[in-house]
Design a protein. Structure first.
Length: 570
């Protein structure tokens, strides 16, 4: 039980409903659950009563005016509730009160004294804190006078309030009013309307809180589920824009795509739209996002609305992507269902419920365009907005594929792209009798990114993005690109060959010039040697001549100056 100021709240244990009502049903007051047949009133009341025992140690009393107790026990057992076990342990008491109008007519006036006595005995037997009355129309069918009927309804509600019993009263939908009597809704402190509608042969269950005295609550219609896990409501439209912003980048599984982003990938928690025509590779790119998350040791969830899980696993093997091993490891979960199997609201509820259970970090919805036949454009956008806000609030990266039926639609579909943080556009271009895939990174909030058109190539080694050749007529892809690249390679080869030939000619001329220079240098060296020899010879001759002159001079000087003693001795 809630300890907040104001109206006390008794949690119902119904997923999502307690969030909408900020705690549950009003404690010690009667709440009216109304709706048409088959909308889930009895299951709602049973869940409230059983969860009171299981989760909050509050025993209860279930009073049925129509169905037999054994039928109710069997019905709630399909939701995993062992009502008979709780009854055996004295935690829940069940009373079946059948009112026969013909018998009432025989005995005259009729009031609720007998009901009060039986209720009081049942409440005292288990120490009940919670009470369920199902369905109240059967009880009041015996009243023929409207004035007495109104008085007894007020008396019943006052009796329950005086004893501080948290009570759920179920009632059938009336014509022009929430209930057949048209009074219960006014004397109840809380009124919940359950609706089961069918549109285009698709059924939808919705819940609305019509009234809740003394407290704030959600006022929109909310889809709810009744399945093997019980009664659950998802208050998705109450989610705001106060989600956490992440700075971490995550890989897409395609390195070439990550390289087109300045930070090396998209921000965690982003919503990424992958749109394109049929066969452009949208599902393949989305599968790479999921596989990359699993490779990081994270969980990924893949909602497929066109392919079965096994078919998707088989197809991705052609790209060298083994999704089967991630499924076996428990990191990848597939949820496959046709869009027409549920209504938009039911798909929304299932998606959000499964995300809460599995707690993935990456979620793929492939393709969201499959819902266009299930509702109008505004309804589809509303559904997507709720999913986007829900994933962002949980820090989950969402990959949304969208099938476009033409180039113009693919490039101008602002209704979907405005919800997304990133937008990858994939197209098929027909050139020279063949289709080639192209990828455009049109949008990446908060990230500088390449504006280049990239050719999208899929092979058994995965996905690669090839920069296309930019020719005079635009970007060339496929064989046109390969032919142009081959032509340019031939031109380049011819240029290189011509350059080599010219280089060889220059080298030959250089060698001839070197030979001529060497010959001239040899002649010059020979002349220098001859000159040096001539100079050496002249120098020798000059020395010899000088010696000869000196010798001659000496010879002449000796004849002129002969000593006298030498003459006398003759």
């Amino acid at each position: 039980m809630s300890s907040q100021l104001g109206v006390g709240k008794s949690p119902t244990g119904i997923q999502g409903f307690d969030d909408l009502t900020l705690g549950g049903l009003p404690t010690g007051r009667p709440s009216l659950i109304c709706g048409s047949a088959g909308c889930g009133k009895t299951l709602f009341a049973s869940t409230f009563l059983i969860n009171g025992v299981r989760q909050h140690d509050e025993p209860g009393v279930f009073v049925t005016f129509e169905e037999r107790p054994e039928d109710i026990v069997t019905n709630v057992a399909s939701l995993g509730f062992e009502l008979d076990s709780l009854m055996d342990h004295g935690l829940i008491a069940m009373e079946h009160i059948a009112v026969d109008p013909s018998e009432v007519a025989e005995i005259g006036d009729y009031d609720l004294e007998g009901l009060f006595l039986r209720l009081e005995l049942a409440i005292d037997s288990v120490g009940a804190k919670r009470v369920v009355l199902d369905t109240i129309e059967s009880l009041f069918s015996a009243f023929s006078k409207p004035a007495i009927l109104r008085a007894e309804i007020r008396r019943l509600f006052d009796w329950l309030k005086e004893r501080g019993l948290t009570t759920v009263i179920t009632a059938e939908r009336g014509d022009g009013a929430l209930t057949r009597q048209g009074l219960e809704e006014y004397v109840s402190d809380c009124v919940i309307l359950l609706d089961h509608r069918v549109h285009n042969q698709i059924s939808t269950r919705r819940l609305r809180i019509v009234k809740y005295r003394g407290t704030a609550h959600g006022t929109n219609e909310y889809p709810f589920l009744i399945d093997a896990d019980g009664f659950s409501v998802l208050p998705v439209s109450s989610i705001g824009l106060a989600h956490q912003v992440h700075e971490e980048r995550i890989a897409s599984g395609v390195p070439d795509l990550d390289a087109m982003l300045a930070g090396g990938g998209f921000f965690r928690g982003s919503s990424i739209l992958v749109s394109g025509v049929a066969g452009s590779g949208k599902s393949s790119l989305a599968a790479h996002f999921a596989a990359a998350a699993c490779a990081r040791g994270e969980r990924a969830m893949y909602f497929s609305f066109e392919e079965a899980a096994d078919q998707a696993v088989r197809n991705m093997r052609s790209l060298g992507l083994d999704l089967g091993r991630w499924r076996e490891a428990g990191l990848l979960r597939f949820m496959a269902a046709r869009p027409t199997f549920y209504s938009l609201e039911m798909h929304l509820a299932v998606i959000l419920r499964e995300v809460i259970r599995f707690e993935p970090t990456v979620v793929v919805l492939d393709p969201i365009s499959a819902f266009t036949e299930s509702g109008d454009r505004l309804e589809v956008q509303s559904m997507l907005l709720r999913i986007v806000d829900f994933l962002k609030a949980r820090g989950v990266t969402g990959i949304f594929t969208h099938l476009a039926h033409g180039r113009e639609e693919a490039t101008t579909d602002a209704g979907l792209s405005s919800l997304m943080d990133g937008w990858v556009l994939m197209l098929n271009r027909e050139v020279n009798g063949e289709f080639n895939r192209e990828l455009y990174l049109l949008k990446a909030r908060g990230t500088a990114h390449s504006n280049q058109v990239r050719e999208f190539v899929m092979s058994d080694k995965g996905i690669s993005l090839v920069p296309p050749h930019l020719g005079e007529g635009g970007a060339l892809t496929g064989t046109a690109r390969k032919a142009e690249e081959a032509r340019l390679r031939r031109i380049e080869a011819e240029r290189l060959a011509e350059t080599g030939r010219l280089q060889q000619q220059i080298e030959q001329r250089r060698r001839r010039a070197r030979a001529q220079i060497e010959a001239l240098e040899a002649e010059l060296r020979a002349e220098e040697i001859a000159l040096q020899a001539l100079l050496a010879s002249e120098e020798t001759q000059d020395r010899q001549r000088a010696e000869d002159v000196a010798e001659l001079a000496r010879s002449r000087g000796a004849d002129r100056f002969v000593p006298e003693s030498a003459e006398g001795g003759k």
